[in-house]
Design a protein around this ligand. Sequence first.
Ligand code: ZN
Ligand code: ZN
Ligand code: ZN
Length: 382
Amino acid sequence: MDASATGAVEARRSRISRVLTRMEEVGVGALLLSLGADLPWLTGYTAMPLERLTVLVLPRDGEAVLVVPALEAPRVPTEGDLFRIEAWADDENPLSLVTGLLSDKLGRSHLAISDRTWATSLLALEERLPSARWSSSSAVTGPIRAVKDPLEVEALRLAGAAADRVAASLQAGDIDLVGRTEAQVSNEIGALLLAEGHRRVNFAIVGSGPNAASPHHEPGSRVIGAGETVVCDFGGSWSLGDDVGYCSDITRTVVTGEPDPEISECYEVLRLAQEAGVRSACSGVPAEDVDRAARSVIEDAGYGDHFIHRTGHGIGIEEHEDPYLVVGNREPLVPGHAFSVEPGIYVPGRFGMRLEDIVVIGGDGMPEPVNRVDHDLVVVDV
Ligand code: ZN
Ligand code: ZN
Ligand code: ZN
């Protein structure tokens, strides 16, 4: 094993030990991890979303066992002996394997199962374990996963730098916009994300003209014209070596040719709102206060009704995870939290704009943006 692989295994070992401590604290007898990000976070193995069952059974006391379809077993990383593998053949019933790994006592205890487990799997397990009490695994793993370890911060930084290089090409005018469809531009951005080192493209939103007013617009056949705002929000998964991928997510809005003065004024409000959000995101600050900091700038300028989503979301193995920067989330931010700060202004039927960076809270408690490309409204295609 090279040094980076050893680092990844040791990071997983430390995550497992923190999870076991928290299971003790919240009274969970065993964790059952199927689909979703908790499994790769702890094992380095991402289960395919197949009908065949994959479950890591992690009891509070005792051996961790990964029940996995035999044909998937060759892909499971085994370094570090963090768990034993029980591969099941297509003529076996994996549910019996899973319940067989739980003692009578554990089978009647409080079990936590991955949030993204298929309902069919959970229903079948419930039938076989009628006395168990069930929770979502995120109740155990969420707060731990939200605080990134140094290896994860490094992966997020490298992912962000790769996304920045694509955003810089967009702002430099290297990606032609006017006269092309949103879908064509989206495909080009996706190809650039891969060329810059991402393992996978997760999304590449391109919304032009009135379409820019729909925050999650699906890029389509609309041909981009002159004098329009074009919202480009894109990201992929980036891996250190063979380790699990961490996400990038950036939004830059450009304008094709000289913008209408209203668009320029509006963008200045957006830029200041995003800056205020980032600046407010210090350790100890409740997550909702970051939303308040960004939103109040937009409200004060009279565009409050046009900022129609929360200010940000946590990011890691998943594009969206804890902590969410939303009204009502009083959880204080802490060093290691990683999240987007992405206010937007959307005027239906006319135009839209969003500005998004990923921010990590450093060891000194201060916000450190991962994305650093130009925050101004860049005019392209003039
Ligand atoms: Zn989004
Ligand atoms: Zn985004
Ligand atoms: Zn985002």
